[in-house]
Design a protein around this ligand. Structure first.
Ligand code: SF4
Length: 342
């Protein structure tokens, strides 16, 4: 059981800390959203109260163990959890200066995608809401106000949906950080029941699906999640989500040399996307020494883009960021793999 309070809403803070008035819970909640890390930072609380609160609880349960910065401005934090496990959190800044926090929702990941370093770690445990909220706040203190959050770091968010929902409630609260749902994206490897759950029960946030390939047999090899979540059923679930929420879905594909970039691969992507409101984000695969894949050539990527365009598909080629610090897609968790910890 954590003794921190970053995963609590104002009323829950009031109850946990046995405060004499509910406005105190709102005050503390607001301080946390504004970046306070300790009760001593909360200067409108009396000194006696601060002393009592410090004895009862800490504000945070995690700490930054390491900060790495790429020349392109990407920042990667290695964050130590209260039980000694580690997760990684990445700040991405786009060409217009918009800042996005890419946060982890699990320590390690059990999905075992063949092209992903985190998958090599195996599943450690689900993170609690406070541990996810703290990743966002740690980054915000380092980099200034953040514009977006994406649940796309280590782990499969659909398998920790309760904590994701609580995180969204906390960061979206008008009393605190007030982050709009339009600025929140959940990226899944394709867990179909989770997509229906999110569509039916909310919150209505942006959905991204890491598709990688629309070839069933190849996808089973690259992403074992496909065995229990076949592509045609996944397609139906994505269609349902877009129609129910009115939000266009992003399909992501990490492009690997001679794996998922040829004409057949492009035609399969076109067929998958036809009739559903989706946009493709294509990401040239980022090298991970221990994995048997290669980056695609520029020519290979351009050819695929042209074929998709001719097929009437809307696609964006994402710039690779944070490679020198192992902060790019698929690279998270290298240091843990070396330490044997997740
Ligand atoms: S790509 Fe995502 S779902 Fe797949 S192993 Fe990596 S972290 Fe897990």
């Amino acid at each position: 059981m954590l003794s921190s309070i970053t995963g609590l809403l104002p009323q829950e803070i009031t109850e946990k800390l046995e405060l004499d008035a509910s406005f105190r819970g709102r005050q503390i909640f607001k301080w946390i959203a504004q970046g306070a890390e300790t009760f001593d930072d909360m200067t409108n609380l009396s000194k006696d109260l601060r002393i009592r609160l410090k004895e009862a609880s800490s504000v945070y349960s995690t700490r930054i163990k390491q900060t790495l910065t790429d020349p392109d401005g990407t920042i990667k934090l290695q964050i130590e959890l209260h039980d000694g496990r580690f997760v990684e959190t990445v700040l991405l800044t786009d060409a217009d200066g918009r800042k996005t926090a890419c946060v982890s929702c699990q320590a390690g990941c059990g999905m075992n995608c063949a092209f992903c370093q985190t998958g090599r770690l195996g599943f450690g445990r689900n993170l609690e809401a406070g541990e996810i909220v703290e990743q966002f706040l740690h980054l915000e203190r380092k980099a200034g106000k953040l514009d977006n959050i994406v649940f796309m770091g280590m782990g499969e968010p659909m398998l920790n949906l309760d904590a994701i929902r609580k995180t969204i409630e906390i960061l979206g609260s008008e009393n605190g950080r007030n982050l709009s749902k339009r600025r929140i994206t959940l990226s899944t490897s394709g867990i179909i029941p989770g997509i229906y759950d999110l569509a039916d029960n909310g919150p209505a946030i942006r959905l991204a699906v890491s598709l990688t390939t629309a070839n069933e047999e190849l996808r089973k090899q690259l992403m074992p999640v496909t065995k229990a979540n076949p592509l045609q059923d996944l397609r139906k679930a994505i269609k349902y989500y877009t129609e129910k929420t009115g939000i266009r879905c992003t399909l992501e594909a990490a492009l690997m040399h001679n794996v998922n970039t040829n004409d057949q691969a492009a035609d399969e992507l076109i067929a998958f996307a036809r009739g559903i409101d989706v946009h493709f984000n294509l990401i040239p695969w980022n090298p991970v020494e221990s994995l048997p894949f290669k980056e695609p050539s520029r020519q290979e990527v351009n050819h695929l883009m042209e074929r998709l365009e001719k097929g009437g598909i809307s696609a964006t080629l994402r710039t690779r960021r944070g490679r020198s610090i192992g902060g790019a897609c698929g690279q998270l968790g290298k240091s843990q793999a070396e330490d044997g910890k997740n």
